[in-house]
Design a protein around this ligand. Structure first.
Ligand code: CTP
Ligand code: CA
Length: 225
């Protein structure tokens, strides 16, 4: 089958994509967050939809618009994101792009925490968040194709390969998110695709171009299986 001439190679396939950061509340007015813009995840959701997939995009809080023509579920916390992803199963494809907070505040306050100058300074006790990719990668309703990202600032390839194994993914899209790269929050991305077959380095591309290529890779892989 051809991927050109307006063909819809993912017609009839269901995809779940996570995108953006999560916000983990400290109290009603404060939260823990990260620098993810949602640009890469949203672009991937749109690129899969353009190939005909029925896409559910589970998005953390972002300032970019919802892509047109797909089902968008807005969440704030990692636990909400996990619940929305599991509710969207079964699916053929899962692409977990969100920068999910690894920890949340163990007991968020339901009142604004007040300062007491010169007295006690609060400390935040954290607890681990659910690993959504790992949950999906080992699920009884595991999608045929499970793809994760690996945001690294060092040892990109070996860390990504470890994530491939640990999380039960078919591909890991690895990127160097060191502040000097400008990738986190920026419009461009330079990734390596890690699979059980090896590593492929992609050139420096616009996040939309990374999304288009990844959607084509997904379509090609799904058709082989
Ligand atoms: N991920 C997830 N749920 C989490 C943490 C991560 O679904 N609680 C997913 C991300 O969406 C990404 C992949 O797992 O697809 C890797 O995320 P990353 O933060 O790079 O890896 P971690 O396993 O959290 O390890 P670390 O942050 O220590 O590198
Ligand atoms: Ca993490």
């Amino acid at each position: 089958r051809r991927l050109d001439n307006g063909a819809k190679p993912l017609a009839g396939k269901k995809a779940i994509v996570t995108s953006g950061p999560t916000h983990e509340p400290i109290d009603p007015v404060r939260y823990i967050a990260n620098r993810s813009s949602g640009r890469q995840g949203h672009a991937i959701a749109a690129a899969l939809a353009a190939l005909g997939a029925d896409v559910t995009l589970v998005s953390g809080p972002v300032s970019i618009p919802d892509p047109a023509g797909l089902n968008v579920i807005h969440v704030e916390r990692a636990e909400e994101m996990r619940d929305a992803v599991l509710a969207a199963l079964p699916a053929d494809i899962a692409v977990m792009v969100a920068a999910v907070a690894d920890w949340r505040v163990a007991s968020a306050s339901d009142q604004k925490i007040k300062k007491h100058p010169g007295e006690s300074i609060p400390t935040l006790a954290l607890t681990e968040n659910p690993d959504i990719l790992k949950t999906v990668g080992h699920h009884t309703q595991r999608p045929k194709l499970v793809i994760g990202f690996a945001a690294e600032t060092q040892d990109v390839e070996s860390n990504a390969r470890a994530k491939l194994e640990r999380k039960g993914a078919d591909f890991i899209v690895a990127n160097d998110v060191s502040p000097s790269t400008g990738i986190m929050g920026g419009t461009r991305n330079r990734v390596k695709i890690i699979s059980h077959d090896g590593v492929e380095q992609w050139p420096d591309l616009d996040k939309d171009e990374v999304a288009t290529r990844l959607a084509a890779l997904i379509a090609g892989t799904i058709m082989q299986r």
